[in-house]
Design a protein around this ligand. Structure first.
Ligand code: KG4
Ligand code: ZN
Length: 332
């Protein structure tokens, strides 16, 4: 079974070919155009997807060494995401499915992040818990099988990636700031400054208070020392990162206790964070969990995760008609 998958939900145009659950190619064109605006501009994203989609798909097919007539299905990200961006991928996938007379497989972007953990060995056994942390989402997902998963905790305001990106913006670092904070944090002391941990009931998260606390903290210190950010950048990044990580891992621990599940994974762009990866491994040793996280290329947005999800949907015969349309928001 060979599937071509397309991802275009935000600012990466991506295509991947997967044969019998094995990824043969994973091509990504990142859109640099948004950097100067400090965030993704939806209209510019749609236009860039239109420019990138044909060369990206072409390269994915060539890298995989698969001719078009060997494809058994075309998959695409159907939701959630920026509607204009999703439409480009959906329209391309529908047209190709029609031209090749092959079935179409719509994929939920967040479910695909969760299943990215199945791309490589060792992979988690079902049931597993997945902490999915990206620029738009922060969720703990109880994953029963590739087709059955449930969100058991999520953010009530900002996502973890937003906490990273907004902190970076306050510190004058360019967008997206998550990877930069990770980089500076490696040279800093995580115990240099203490930021508050929100007291949110259950398995839900909140990050908006942290952003405000950081803003006040910086205002106070720069009043005394105008060069405070410059002088202590690494320590600030390390301390903020440490707080975000403890917020995430404390809830994950709670979820593991409540469900009795000990197979624990990370997913989404923030799971590329080196401190979070290390923190999960250490927590695993402490609490007796088996822990997993995807390779870096499968953490941030990519089409390989769409392809692996489509592979499992193909086995289930879970196809859609050519009239399927993308949606910005989606239920699980
Ligand atoms: O999953 P993703 O690529 O796109 C969304 O679906 O949102 O996640 C992007 C998010 C951004 O907020 C980015 O700053 C964050 O992931 N990110 C990181 C790191 N790499 C990416 N955050 C912290 N540390 C990193 N190394
Ligand atoms: Zn994503």
């Amino acid at each position: 079974m060979t599937v071509l998958a397309i991802e275009s939900s935000c600012d990466e145009t991506a295509a991947s070919v997967c044969r019998d659950g094995k990824i043969l190619s994973n091509i990504i064109a990142s859109q640099k155009v948004h950097e100067q605006y400090g965030g993704v501009v939806p209209e510019l994203a749609s236009r860039a997807h239109m420019q990138h989609i044909v060369p990206v798909v072409d390269q994915a097919m060539k890298t995989a060494g698969v001719p078009l007539d060997e494809l058994d299905a075309i998959a695409f990200t159907q939701a959630p995401g920026l509607i204009g961006a999703l439409l480009v991928g959906a329209q391309f996938a529908r047209s190709l499915a029609l031209a090749l007379n092959k079935p179409l497989i719509p994929v939920h972007h967040m479910q695909a992040h969760v299943l990215a953990n199945l791309i490589e060995e060792p992979s988690p056994s079902f049931p597993y818990l997945c902490l999915t942390v990206s620029g738009g989402h922060t969720q703990i997902v109880h994953c029963e099988s590739p087709a059955i998963m449930k969100v058991i905790g999520e953010t009530i305001d900002d996502a973890a990636g937003e906490a990273f990106d907004k902190t970076a913006k306050i510190l004058g670092l360019h967008y997206p700031g998550g990877p930069l904070i990770d980089q500076y944090a490696k040279e800093g002391n995580p115990k240099a400054f203490k930021f508050p941990e929100p007291q949110i009931p259950g398995l839900d998260f909140s990050f908006s208070g942290l952003k405000t606390a950081i803003l006040y903290f910086l205002q106070e210190h720069t009043r005394e020392n105008p060069d405070f950010v410059k002088d202590r950048l690494s320590d600030i990044c390390a301390s903020v990162q440490q707080r975000i990580i403890t917020i995430l891992l404390n809830k994950l621990k709670k979820a593991a206790i409540e469900t009795g599940i000990t197979e624990i994974c990370l997913a989404g762009g923030v799971s590329a964070n080196s401190g979070l990866r290390k923190g999960l491994t250490e927590a695993g040793k402490k609490y007796g969990w088996k822990t997993y996280y995807p390779s870096l290329e499968y953490c941030t947005d990519n089409a390989a995760m769409i392809a692996i999800t489509a592979y499992y949907k193909f086995i289930e015969g879970d196809f859609a008609g050519l009239d399927i349309t993308p949606t910005a928001r989606a239920n699980w």
